[in-house]
Design a protein around this ligand. Structure first.
Ligand code: MN3
Length: 243
């Protein structure tokens, strides 16, 4: 009997430690994987309602559990059919050689990579303006942050039908805004403008239609409140220091 309080204290101490470990894990998951390497869909780094009011809960849930999940599933099927060893094939390398594979592989490898990146590129509002070397590079390339936002938003608005707009680092280290159709991305060897994507926005109707209907420009304008500039900086650093 007399040992119980001691055990209880010990229990609380231990469970307290475990609590810290558990609480820290999602944070690490959120910060670490800034390169997209996994072929399986990863956990969303926030709740479905975390991006309200700019992206509504139902859109996030359907987008993640139905659309993005389907790309991951169909990518897995394509990898089996086309004998891609997913353990030893870097997902980025697969995209860089996508012309050697089927249309199914192109659509779903792109769809999977793009969405895994997209979830991470957003975070609950408010988004703070970029700082550091990415802010300097944007200033240098576009003249001002406002000019960059206009160029990026215009690319997103002008994409006819479904697709994405991107901020990329080109092979010479400079920044550029571009857009891709469907689930293509700038890593692909078939892309019109190639580079490493540091920021991207999904402008498929499934990304915004429930809340915004035909008003894609309103979705784009609001989306700026969600940009995870810390991750954009990490990806920019990775792209400009690995060469
Ligand atoms: Mn989508």
């Amino acid at each position: 009997m007399s040992s119980q309080p001691q055990n209880r204290r010990q229990f609380l101490k231990n469970s307290g430690k475990a609590g810290i470990a558990i609480a820290t894990m999602p944070l690490i998951t959120k910060l670490a994987p800034f390169s997209i390497t996994e072929y399986q869909q990863q956990a969303l780094p926030y709740a479905y309602n975390a991006l309200e009011p700019f992206i509504d809960t139902m859109t996030m849930e359907i987008h993640y559990t139905k659309h993005a999940a389907a790309y991951a599933k169909n990518l897995a099927d394509a990898c089996v059919a086309e004998k891609v060893d997913t353990t030893n094939t870097n997902l980025t390398d697969l995209l860089k050689n996508i012309s050697k594979y089927s249309v199914k592989m192109r659509n779903n490898a792109g769809g999977h990579y793009n969405h895994e990146l997209f979830w991470q590129l957003m975070k609950p509002a408010p988004s703070t303006a970029p700082t550091g070397t990415i802010a300097d590079a944007i200033q240098k390339q576009f003249g001002s942050f406002a000019n960059f936002q206009t160029a990026f938003s215009d690319a997103a608005k002008a994409r006819f039908g479904s697709g994405w707009a991107w901020l990329i680092v080109k092979t010479d280290g400079s920044l550029a805004v571009c857009s891709t159709p469907n689930q293509d991305n700038p890593l692909m060897d078939i892309a019109e403008t190639k580079g490493f994507p540091v920021l991207g926005i999904d402008v498929w109707e499934h990304a915004y239609y429930l809340k915004y209907q035909n008003k894609r420009p309103d979705y784009i304008n609001n989306w700026w409140n969600l940009v995870n500039w810390e991750l954009v900086q990490k990806r920019y650093t990775a792209a400009t220091t690995s060469k």
